[in-house]
Design a protein around this ligand. Structure first.
Ligand code: ARG
Length: 466
């Protein structure tokens, strides 16, 4: 390094006008290396693309470029093999890498930062990281959807109670219920793809905020780094964190879906419901109550939604009211995204495992499906269809039948024909065909309905796009 100030005095990367170094607290609040070292691979890739472009455009010499690129590759392997010493005095990943480059190759290192700033550099590194994370999330959602499709196929005919207000509503199939989650995670995956599409623009070359007077080629670096095109406004480029917020929004919605599933699994696995049995691999025992099998993984997935929502709100709050362009506030973006990403990955993986492993207790689901007068709507529909009653009157007559069954402590199908005829004389013995759960489920063949034939069509549709 040409100007070799030692690290205890002013900062060796930007300290030209500073007489002394920062206060210890200043150093602590300012440094981001503790978390942004995660961006090392993206930082080095970005610098290699930038240096290559600078040489192509004649801004630096080919010899300097070669030294820079080989030095950066050395640093990459040093970091990957755990030999690199990160320094808090050097604040962040960008300056840690550049300072090491100076030690390795000497003065040529100082040419790397030509026509760029840490503002466009950090925007680049972070975008690259978020893009990779979104791509991973997309793959993981595809696996999760595949797990649901398999279970749906297996249980296209398995009846269970469908709920509204968590009260028994109408019989559905477990396959249909699984396909509801396929729709949700399918939308999440579509949101992930949109987010990738939105962020697919390269920030590098926006420099501090105004662009640069050097004859750079931003299309060249965009292409080298796998972006569709360069961003179009240098001020927006260094002040924008929408890509991080979009990641967090997508993550929050997906975590919300996962937590609804988690809650259902918690309910279904209680002895009172007993719809599913969790595998040993995804449950725990109690240290005091030997009979217990706790759905801890599902509970934790339910809880993780809290911190992911928290990250979204935290970054929205950081960005709210920030004047253009870059402000150091924006350094607070990374931990939120890293934490949300780590926990979303865990939650998706845990749910995929739980869904694949859990035992579906068809007998319990069937017994529950037939209780709670779940076929009352079928009786009302039958009165409309076969006896020509207006639906409101049919609803009323069915209400009488439910009240009678409740009084007798039996199911609707257990009422006698005479009892039903007393409620409405148009009722005949064909009515019993629609009062069973299987008949109820099989009759709901409207598009997207719960009939096994319909559910199979939807499974085929999703198989084709998974
Ligand atoms: N560590 C900083 C961040 O994460 C890098 C950008 C610093 N830029 C600056 N002008 N101080 O935001």
């Amino acid at each position: 390094m040409a100007d070799t100030k030692d690290a205890t005095s002013s900062n060796q990367m930007w300290g030209g006008r500073f007489a002394s170094g920062p206060d210890a607290i200043m150093e602590e609040i300012n440094a981001s290396i503790g978390f942004d070292k995660k961006l090392f691979a993206q930082d080095i890739r970005g610098s290699i693309a930038h240096a290559t472009m600078l040489a192509e455009k004649g801004i630096i010499s080919p010899e300097d470029k070669d030294q820079i690129v080989s030095g950066l590759n050395t640093i990459l392997s040093e970091i990957e093999s755990g030999q690199f010493e990160f320094s808090r005095k050097l604040e962040d990943i960008h300056m840690n890498v550049e300072a090491r480059l100076a030690t390795l190759i000497g003065p040529a290192a100082g040419r790397l930062h030509t026509a760029r700033s840490r503002n466009d550099q950090v925007a680049l590194d972070f975008r690259l990281w978020v893009k990779e994370e979104l791509t991973k999330t997309e793959r993981m959602l595809t696996d999760l959807i595949a797990a649901f499709l398999d279970r749906a196929e297996e249980h296209a005919e398995t009846v269970m109670p469908g709920f509204t207000h968590l009260q028994t509503a109408q019989p559905v199939t477990f396959g249909h219920h699984c396909m509801a989650y396929v729709e949700m995670f399918g939308r999440d995956r579509a949101r992930v793809r949109h987010a990738i599409d939105h962020l697919d623009e390269s920030p590098i070359g926006a420099a501090a905020l105004a662009g640069t007077g050097f004859p750079i080629d931003r299309h060249m670096t965009a292409k080298a780094l796998g972006f569709r095109e360069p961003t179009r406004n240098s001020i927006d480029t260094v002040s924008d964190r929408d890509f991080a917020l979009e990641f967090l929004s997508v993550a929050a919605i997906c975590a919300m879906h996962l937590s609804r599933l988690a809650e259902e699994i918690v309910i279904w696995s209680t002895p009172q419901f007993g719809f599913v049995r969790l595998s040993d691999a995804f449950s725990t025992g109690s240290s005091i109550m030997p009979q217990k099998k706790n759905p801890d993984a599902a509970e934790l997935v339910r809880a993780k939604t809290g911190r992911i929502n928290g990250s979204l709100v935290a970054l929205l709050t950081v960005m709210k009211g920030l004047p253009l362009a870059y402000s150091k506030d924006m350094q607070e973006d990374k931990e939120q995204v890293f934490d949300a990403a780590e926990n979303l990955e865990l939650a998706i993986a845990a749910m995929t495992g739980m869904m694949r492993d859990m035992t579906i207790r068809e007998d319990r689901m069937r017994a529950a499906a037939g209780s709670g007068y779940s076929t009352a709507t079928d009786l009302a529909d039958w009165l409309v269809r076969e006896a020509g009653l207006p639906f409101r009157d049919a609803h009323h007559a069915t209400g009488h039948a439910v009240a009678l069954a409740e009084k007798k402590g039996c199911e609707l199908a257990e009422l006698s024909l005479d009892e039903l005829k007393a409620i409405n004389p148009a009722i005949n013995d064909k009515v019993f065909d629609v009062l069973t759960v299987d008949a109820s489920v099989a009759s709901r063949q409207s598009f997207g309905g719960t009939a096994p034939s319909e559910v199979r069509k939807q499974i085929a549709y999703w198989r084709g796009r998974n």
